[in-house]
Design a protein around this ligand. Sequence first.
Ligand code: PBG
Length: 329
Amino acid sequence: MTTSFHRGRRLRSQVALRNLVRETPPLTREDLIMPYFVVETDDTHFQKEIPSMPGQYQLSLASLEEKVSRAVDTGLTSVLLFGIPGQKDEKASGAYGRDGIVQQAVRRLKKRCPTLLVITDVCLCEYMSHGHCGIVDQKGAVLNDPTLPLLAKTAVSHAEAGADMVAPSDMMDGRVACIREALDASGMTDLPILSYAVKYASAFYGPFRDAAESAPAHGDRKTYQMDPGNAREAMIEAMSDIEEGCDALIVKPAGPYGDILSMVSAAVDVPVMAYQVSGEYSMIRAAALNGWINEDAVILESLTGLKRAGARAIISYFTESLLEKDVLR
Ligand code: PBG
């Protein structure tokens, strides 16, 4: 028999050998960040499943605390918090109030689970009556520079409540610099910024907008989030946020943007994280609920793909259930 072709099967013949030569280390608990939606409500034990994200919930403060502390017992190490305020207005007051819903959630979680890494999403869309991520003028335009001080105020208020890291997701230009300056001026020079530097205007956020009640009432987010056809622009966005002072960055969505993740993580020296967004979650869940795929295997494969593409950590709605099922290292 000829030896003139490559016998790739030699290294695939048995489990121990396959594991020995695997290029991407297996996923661990520390690789994953779990997002949660906390709602301002008088109903203490409020917990409502999100129709377009089966298995994910809107939670009251007490329900959140319960759920997170149970997850911490199974190995959860990091969370990303989103808030849904009792009232929305045109200056996103709920986003930066001392007793805003996220600020309260941070205080409770840090008290209950001191070693849990609490990251907060910094954005205004959930708090704006019109659902845009910035201030909107009479013509409906989303204004960049007037929005920056509100984002900075929001980030500082999260940090003052005890957040371990702030993650701006609004896609306004210059917000990282503005937030860095405000944190420093408030004496929080050591608080890291995880920037959603590379965020596309994606239809995969659909289920999230149900969950966070943050769909824009008019127009879309295409004047601030990136065009899905662009790759080079991702480098400009990543580099400018690094220059402005972000400590780590996010590429989002994740799976459909594996090329971007791979390119950005190869090019930058800050840690790059992938956000497996709501639509990616819902598609896998829907297929699983129909019995069409092996859910755990598909989830692990989807996350391994992100790690292989260069993600240092992954934000995924599957985190809690993977820990519960004990399928990670
Ligand atoms: C807020 C924000 C969004 C997501 C994270 N932060 C929604 C959006 O930009 O419309 C999406 C997360 C997901 O789909 O899971 N701006």
